[in-house]
Design a protein around this ligand. Sequence first.
Ligand code: GLU
Ligand code: ZN
Length: 272
Amino acid sequence: MITRFAPSPTGPLHLGHAWAAMVADDLGRMHLRIEDIDRQRSKPEWEAAIFDDLRWLGLDWSGPVMRQSERMAAYGAALDRLWAAGLLFPCTCNRRDILAAASAPQEGAPLLGPDGVVYPGTCRGAPRGGARPNGVALRLDARVVGDLHWVERDKPRTMDAATFRDTIGDVVLARRDFGTSYHLAVTVDDAAQGITLVTRGHDLEEATPIHVALQRLLDLPRPTYHHHDLVRDAEGRRLAKRDDARSIASYRAAGWTAQALKDRLRQSRIAP
Ligand code: GLU
Ligand code: ZN
């Protein structure tokens, strides 16, 4: 199996990241991808710390490191293809517009999808011809997504087209500020890195149908999936991305060895 560890260099690696990398390393040959499309929050020093902490943990990666900030041309090519097929539409709504439209009396209570409130379809009628517009969000028209099938830990999973439309909806594939989105980048990159088993935390499980839909629309191979449990604190709260007290660096500074920390994570996903 070819697996990957895909951290964002927006803060220190914490125990949750260490566990994600351990699962990727246990289940296959781990590739590394730096998810730095958010140029504001990504910092070179956090990227350097990722390499350093992984080496300290003894979790070596295979192949070249992929950096999403260097992959904009690949994301643009995927967007061009979807745009030319008429599957995307430009959207100028802000968060408040979306909430207002989704809360209109005839709509019932707004539904929450993987990216927040399910988009009510306001801009679907916007023109789709000509060159692909830049500097505006592009959404996938969920009505073109068919029934989806994938495998999670040996178990077949399906989502029918109507469920995708109603509970996920017209997801953003290009953000106005980034020119891509997490969903598009991760799908294009998993294919480019030849990933056969996507390992990542349960918190991302509900995004999987979006990635499976994109694999279909872009003719990309479909990996299988393994969503792992999350590391929590003693009160059962998920570790926050910026919980510096649980950073690998802080355990290193406190004298933990990599082996002791890894043993602890294997025994329990409760942070010491
Ligand atoms: N970059 C994401 C994170 O750090 C992980 C994305 C993925 O594994 O699909 O949470
Ligand atoms: Zn809109």
